[in-house]
Ligand binder design. Structure first.
Ligand code: EPZ
Length: 448
């Protein structure tokens, strides 16, 4: 072992730069915005690169904090991660010796748990921190662990860590999940690519990011295929090769900018947008009366009917893909505050993903929790600038949308949450005419 690294109880979280967004609202956004690569695809692609010792090259990688954390976590394992230029990463996992994913990584980014499958399959052992829950839910990883065990791994849990070993090769099998889980599907699929024999995963998540991972694995020479909408079949290989891959566009970032245009009454063209991946979202937004057209990779949004005749209330229910993505629930909720009538919001994926509505109410919204998964939003209520606190990535982006729609100045604490998943978000909004800045906490002025 290279050097003694701290275990669970010696962990002290690194201090994060406490910054705030200061936003002067009420400006209709205008112009063009270009969408970056997908966070939820890039992180898994980096993990897949550890399945081979050969070099892998990724383009259109978003310049976001989560990608930097994943790159750092891989470097700590002994993986060579080069970043020759913006949005380009090269990864070579030749001499990986320290098969330990510490709490530091898990605390910064839950998705580090996606390293379980590929490291176990390729090296036969790994110690990995339990990522724990976050503001949107308990988020257990039992399905991931059960899938690895059914592939023949032995996994013990001690002191907050999973100690996983696979004596000999993992063995292909039928993996039946009790319900759809995106990263459990991806972890099982990654492990199965080097297992002996065939693995069938059902119900397999259908998210576009899963298909992007399948496309990359096929380039690496893996025998993996989606044989039915909810079924993925893998025939394990002894080894895989390096490959190049362009990351798909981020459908959640695209959705965020569509809502920004609508709630400010603006007119925006969203470019490099994955229209094919946004069916349910565009249908919901169109139902409220927002003029939104999506063709190939461009979305035209015209929010000028915000005031007259106004948007219509609309009930929404999140679901696994191709249903309405839970990551678009909070941005759409801001739109519903600007729609006439009462809308019902049903969050079916995460049990605490409506908590953030209390912060939105501080800006004058009329959102009422019925229970942890149901809420009503009654509008149209003019939003006003306020001082609010971000609890998680998507709620953070949604508070920015609310502040852009609000009259007056807002101060939004916890900017670091948003930088985990949005590339250059202030720059992109500034280019659309927004009055937004990011300043160190304590240097801001309170709301008007
Ligand atoms: C992925 O999380 C995304 N994250 C999430 O995006 C996204 O919200 C989610 O899929 C659903 O689309 C990444 O890809 C990095 P799940 P994941 O496993 O895979 C329960 C964002 O904002 N569950 O599909 O962790 C779980 O608690 C993030 O970008 C278990 O009970 O989500 C949840 O209720 C947020 N046991 C449900 O399944 C398990 O072992 C679905 O979660 C695994 C999951």
């Amino acid at each position: 072992m290279a050097d003694a690294r701290p275990f669970h109880w010696e962990f002290t979280p690194e201090p994060v730069a406490r910054e705030v967004f200061r936003i002067e609202g009420g400006v209709p956004l205008r112009g063009n915005v270009s969408i970056s690569g997908s966070k939820n695809a890039a992180l898994k692609l980096f993990a897949a690169a550890t399945l081979t010792g050969e070099r892998c090259r990724f383009t259109n990688v978003p310049e976001i904090e989560d990608v930097r954390v994943m790159a750092e976590t891989l470097r700590d394992l002994g993986v060579v991660v080069d970043h020759p230029q913006d949005n380009v990463y090269e990864i070579a996992s030749g001499d990986v010796e320290w098969l330990f994913v510490p709490l530091e990584a898990a605390a910064k980014m839950r998705a580090s748990f996606i390293l379980l499958g590929p490291l176990l399959a390729r090296f036969g052992r790994v110690i990995i921190s339990n990522p724990g829950g976050d503001r949107i839910g308990r988020r257990p990883v039992d399905l991931h662990v059960d899938a690895m065990r059914s592939l023949g791994a032995q996994i013990d849990y001690r002191n907050g860590y999973y100690f996983a070993t696979a004596p000999g090769r993992l063995r292909g099998t039928e993996i039946r999940f009790p319900f759809v889980s995106v990263m459990s599907t991806e972890n099982a699929m990654l492990a199965a690519t080097l297992a002996e024999g065939q693995t069938v995963i059902r119900p397999a998540a259908q998210e576009p990011e899963v298909d992007d991972l399948i496309a990359f694995l096929q380039r690496m020479g893996a025998d993996v295929e989606r044989t039915y909408p909810d079924t993925i079949e893998v025939n394990g290989k002894r080894r895989l090769r390096g490959a190049d891959h362009e990351v798909i566009a981020d459908r959640i970032e695209a959705a965020t900018f569509v809502i920004a245009a609508a709630v400010t009454g603006g007119k925006v063209t969203v470019e490099r947008a994955p229209c094919d991946h946004l069916g349910a979202f565009v249908e919901v937004v169109g139902r409220t009366g927002v003029d939104v057209t999506c063709s190939s990779d461009t979305i035209e949004v015209d929010g000028s009917s915000l005031i007259d005749p106004g948007f219509r209330a609309s009930d929404i229910e999140t679901a696994p893909y191709p249903g309405l993505a839970t990551d678009t629930q909070s941005p759409i909720s801001v739109l519903l505050t600007q729609s006439n009538g009462t809308s019902h919001v049903h969050e079916t994926i995460f049990e605490d993903r409506l908590e953030w509505l209390a912060e939105l109410n501080r800006m004058g919204a009329d959102a009422r929790m019925i229970d942890s998964r149901h809420a009503t939003i009654t509008g149209r209520t003019p939003l006003v600038g306020a001082e609010v606190e971000i609890g998680d990535l998507r709620a953070g982006a949604s508070l920015i949308l609310a502040a852009l729609a609000a009259q007056g100045t807002s101060t939004i604490h916890g900017a670091h949450h948003v930088h985990r998943g949005y590339e250059n978000i202030e720059r992109k909004f500034l280019d659309l005419g927004a009055r937004i800045e990011r300043v160190a906490e304590g240097t801001d002025s309170t709301s008007s």
